[in-house]
Design a protein. Structure first.
Length: 241
């Protein structure tokens, strides 16, 4: 392991992963959901595209699935290489873990629904983390915050009305999900204020725990013939010559 970052409850931290390295998100104390953003470390306008990832893989991700970047680059940012919650599959309610359907909790939706201002939603946490690591203002950072991979989150759609629902995450201390960085990555992880997201959300009522991000470097010549992911090959003229 070459680096580690601990993300406090109801907060976010950034981390860097060089191409060809591995990062793990680890549950360390209790059942806790994390909201993950990823960017190209060399150009943060290239970022994780949850909608395309969902289209190419599934509503919930696990080992072998890739996290794709936005257009026009459309390339894998990271590949999931291990998932200790892969056993969960789909439960009797139709729920699974690690979803890419539930965006992220944000203060704007919370204000719309409750009239309250809450400053530790995942959107705000991620905004603060990106602003700090890039040395930019909150206003400059916020447009780069994007829909997340909801790490450890247990979600699905109701069978009768097909509405999105959340239930308590099955994650326990020692569980982790592991990713291989296909390019140089800047990441940010928020510990969701909903804790295990089984009840309360966007407030301080839920029990929350830290998460740990570990950065690992493969040993020896494990990547002897590997090359970083290239940007999409489409020429980009959109039919105009």
């Amino acid at each position: 392991m070459v680096d580690e970052v601990t993300v406090p409850p109801r907060d976010a931290r950034s981390f860097n992963v060089p191409a060809g390295h591995i990062f793990r998100i680890v549950s360390v104390e209790g059942s806790q959901v994390g909201d993950l953003n990823l960017w190209n470390a060399d150009d943060i306008t290239e970022k994780f595209f949850s909608g395309k990832t969902r289209q190419l893989h599934a509503t919930h991700l696990t080992t072998g699935d890739r996290l794709w970047s936005n257009l026009p680059n459309l390339r894998p940012l990271a590949t999931i290489t291990h998932d200790t919650l892969a056993w969960y599959g789909w439960d009797d309610d139709g729920a699974g873990v690690h979803d890419v359907i539930g965006t992220r909790c944000d203060p704007y939706t919370n204000h719309l629904l409750t009239g309250d201002d809450y400053h530790h939603c995942c959107h705000s946490n991620l905004t603060r983390a990106l602003a700090e690591v890039r040395g930019i203002s909150l206003q400059e950072a916020e447009p780069h915050i994007h829909d997340v991979m909801n790490v450890f989150m247990c979600t699905g759609f109701t069978r009768d009305t097909h509405q999105y629902f959340m239930k308590a995450s099955p994650v326990r201390p020692g569980d982790y999900i592991e990713y291989f960085a296909e390019i140089n990555l800047l990441g940010a992880l928020s510990t969701c204020p909903g804790g295990d997201c089984g009840a309360s959300h966007s407030d301080d009522a839920a029990r929350c725990y830290p998460l740990r991000v570990e950065i690992w470097k493969p040993s020896g010549d494990a990547l002897k013939n590997w090359q970083p992911a290239r940007a999409n090959g489409y020429q980009g003229n959109h039919g105009v010559t």
